[in-house]
Design a protein around this ligand. Structure first.
Ligand code: HEC
Length: 314
């Protein structure tokens, strides 16, 4: 009788009983649900993977960490700037300024100087919008802008453009000044520019090469120098029957030093070298005994060093 009743209840589904053990809600169907969820999970999980490969950060770039490589340029005398043209630039100067602006500045400052160039979008601080008058770091007067181009504002992501010839920089500035109204150019500003940067006399500009290249060159040079010294040293020892070579060997304290100083010193004439020898034989790598040699013997040593090292000296 008892058993019969229980079976009957089950057939009718007693919901009160069901809540006591909710697992019965699923029964065998639970496994079926689980499999469907698993398949869906694997399917979507698989689709999601490409997102994890999208490593391009969309964050804001800190302008202050951007490094700019100096381009290679030949040194020489930079022609003087015609100061009178700064105040009243000709249309060809403005055109040159635009060309240079488009090539060098537009990427950050935007085609119309709104500070909205594609390379500047993600920068913080933002590239200057030349149309607004407030918040400039160095300032909007011509001398302040020139200073910005000379030195950069490195802590804020604005690079220096000191490798551009002064006239080019002034042309760019004068082009930027066409975007909107700028403070007028005064004689004091021009004088201060001239005094600070010698614009009217021209300046002697050294060659510049990119830092990366300079590093490689330095390594190559020091490697070369080492090999040169080793080779020359070997040669001197092979030549030891030669009178000059023999004098060199017996009177030198450090043959490497003799060779290095001979190759490196800007001394070219015998008289200069002999004077250096008399003053400081040790710094040139010799024993003081070198001073006891006759001047023709010293000349022979010098001539010998000159011959064997000629092709290594610049
Ligand atoms: C890599 C992007 C970048 C390039 C390229 C760039 N600038 Fe800038 N520039 C900046 C940023 C960033 C600032 C904002 C600095 C600040 O707020 O002090 C700035 C600021 C300036 C300022 C305002 C300085 C001040 O006093 O506030 C001037 C002027 C300027 N740039 C001129 C130029 C010129 C001219 C060129 C091209 C020869 C150039 N910039 C190229 C990023 C750039």
């Amino acid at each position: 009788m008892e058993l019969n009743q229980k079976k009957k209840i089950e057939e009718e589904i007693n919901f009160k009983e069901l809540l006591k053990s909710p697992i019965r809600l699923f029964g065998w169907v639970f496994v079926y649900f689980f499999l469907i969820l698993l398949v869906l999970g694997i399917f979507f999980g698989h689709k999601l993977i490409p997102i994890s490969f999208n490593i391009q950060s969309v964050g804001i770039i800190d302008s202050t960490t951007i490094k700019k490589e100096i381009p290679e340029s030949k040194g020489g005398i930079i022609p003087a700037v015609d100061l009178t043209s700064i105040k009243t630039p000709g249309s060809e100067m403005i055109a040159k300024g635009k060309e240079l602006y488009d090539a060098n500045c537009q990427s950050c400052h935007g085609a119309n100087g709104m500070g909205d160039g594609p390379a500047g979008i993600a920068l913080n601080p933002k590239p200057r919008n030349f149309h607004t008058a407030d918040g400039w770091t160095n300032g909007r007067t011509i001398d302040a802008m020139y200073k910005t181009l000379q030195e950069g504002i490195l802590t804020r992501g604005m690079a220096a453009y000191e490798y551009l010839p002064p006239q080019d920089r002034l042309d760019i500035i004068n082009y930027i000044r066409t975007f909107t109204e700028f403070p007028p150019i005064t004689d004091e500003q021009i004088n201060s520019l001239d005094n600070t940067y010698n614009l009217s006399v021209g300046i002697n500009k050294p060659n510049t090469i990119p830092i990366q290249k300079a590093k490689i060159k330095l390594e190559e040079d020091s490697y070369d120098l080492q090999t040169v010294v080793i080779n020359l040293r070997t040669k001197i020892i092979q030549d030891k029957e030669n009178t000059a070579a023999k004098l060199l060997i017996t009177n030198s304290l450090d043959l490497n030093k003799v060779l290095l100083s001979f190759i490196n010193l800007p001394v070219k004439s015998f008289d200069d070298y002999a004077a250096g020898l008399t003053n400081a034989p040790l710094t040139l790598g010799y024993r003081p005994t070198i001073l006891q040699l006759s001047s023709s013997e010293i000349k022979a040593v010098y001539g010998y060093l000159n011959t064997i090292s000629a092709k290594y000296r610049s």
